[in-house]
Design a protein. Structure first.
Length: 286
C-alpha cells in the first residue's frame, strides 16, 4: 500500500510473464520495491537496472519448504512487505476423464496448494508487522465453469473457498484480502495451456468441439481476449490502496457478464428449492 510518495514493498509470484510481469514493471517504474519469487530468474534480467528495488528468489512455489524459505528471506532482507500478490498459476484443458493423473495433481499443486501455502507462510509476518494486504489472483472461472476446464475450475474454486474463509480470520490483525477475478486477458496463458490427449468418445461433444477451437488457435488462444494486461495490472495496484479491501474484484466486461449470469442462475436455483428445503429439518422439540 502506498501512502503519498512513500515507497511500498510487494512480494509477487508469477512475476515473469502476463499480469504478474505487468504489475512488477509498473511497481518498479513508480519507485516501489518488488520481491519476485520466480522459477526462472533470468526472465527478469532486463529489470536489473532497478537495482536493489528488485529482489529475486529462485523458487518453485509448489515446493512448500522452498517457498517458506523464500518468504522468510524476503521479509528478513526487506524488513517489511506491504502487499503480497499471489499470481502464479497455469491452465489445463480436457474432459475430466481425459486428464492424466499428473495433470490433476499439477493443477491442484500450482493453482490451489501453492497459494494456500504462500498465504500461510506470509501471515505470521503480516501479523507481526501490524497488517498488510494479500491479493490473490483467481479468475472469472472461480465463479463459473466452462466445458473441458474441470481441474482448472476445481483449483480456482478451491483457492476462492480458502481465501474467502480466512478473510474473516485475519481481519482483526489489519490484514485485508482481495480475490482478483479477470476475464480473458491478452497474455501468454494460451501458450502454457496443457491440453490432454483426446478420447474419441468426446469428439462430438461440447468438449470435442471446444478442443478444436483451442487447438486451432494455438499459442494465440488469448490474442482476441478483451482484457488489456496493462489495465488489469493498474487495477490490481490501485485496489491494494483501497480501504477496506474489497473481497472480490471482477475485471473485464466478459467477466462481469459471465459471473453475473452464473450468480443469477444459482440464486434462481436456490429459490426453486425454497419450499422443499425446510422439509428436511428435524421437528421442533415439544
Amino acid at each position: 500500500m502506498k501512502k503519498g510518495n512513500a515507497m511500498s514493498t510487494w512480494l509477487v509470484t508469477g512475476a515473469t510473464s502476463g499480469i504478474g510481469r505487468a504489475v512488477t514493471e509498473k511497481l518498479l517504474d513508480r519507485g516501489d520495491r518488488v520481491a519476485a519469487l520466480v522459477r526462472r530468474p533470468e526472465a527478469l534480467e532486463d529489470l536489473r537496472g532497478h537495482g536493489d528495488r528488485l529482489w529475486i528468489a529462485s523458487v518453485d512455489v509448489t515446493d512448500t519448504p522452498a517457498l517458506r524459505d523464500a518468504v522468510e528471506r524476503a521479509f528478513r532482507d526487506l524488513g517489511r512487505v506491504d502487499v503480497v500478490f499471489s499470481n502464479a498459476g497455469s491452465g489445463a484443458f480436457g474432459a475430466g476423464e481425459e486428464l492424466s493423473d499428473d495433470t490433476v495433481e499439477q493443477q491442484i499443486a500450482l493453482n490451489m496448494v501453492a497459494p494456500i501455502q504462500l498465504i500461510r507462510a506470509v501471515l505470521p509476518h503480516l501479523r507481526e508487522q501490524g497488517g498488510g494486504r494479500i491479493i490473490q489472483t483467481s479468475t472469472m472461472g472461480g465463479q463459473i465453469t466452462t466445458t473441458g476446464g474441470s481441474m482448472y475450475h476445481a483449483s480456482k474454486w478451491g483457492i476462492e473457498g480458502f481465501t474467502e474463509t480466512i478473510m474473516g480470520e485475519v481481519a482483526a490483525f489489519g490484514i485485508g484480502i482481495t480475490l482478483i477475478e479477470p476475464g480473458g486477458v491478452r497474455t501468454p496463458f494460451g501458450a502454457a495451456l496443457s491440453i490432454s490427449p483426446a478420447l474419441p468418445a468426446y469428439a462430438d461433444t461440447p468438449v470435442g468441439r471446444f478442443r478444436q477451437l483451442i487447438e486451432g488457435a494455438g499459442d494465440n488462444l488469448t490474442g482476441g481476449a478483451l482484457g488489456d494486461p496493462q489495465k488489469v495490472a493498474q487495477a490490481i495496484i490501485e485496489v491494494a490502496a483501497q480501504s477496506p479491501a474489497p473481497r472480490r474484484l471482477v475485471l473485464g466486461s466478459d467477466a462481469y457478464a459471465a459471473v453475473h449470469d452464473a450468480l443469477s442462475t444459482r440464486l434462481a436455483e436456490l429459490e426453486a428449492a425454497k419450499a422443499i428445503s425446510p422439509t428436511t429439518d428435524h421437528p421442533a422439540d415439544v
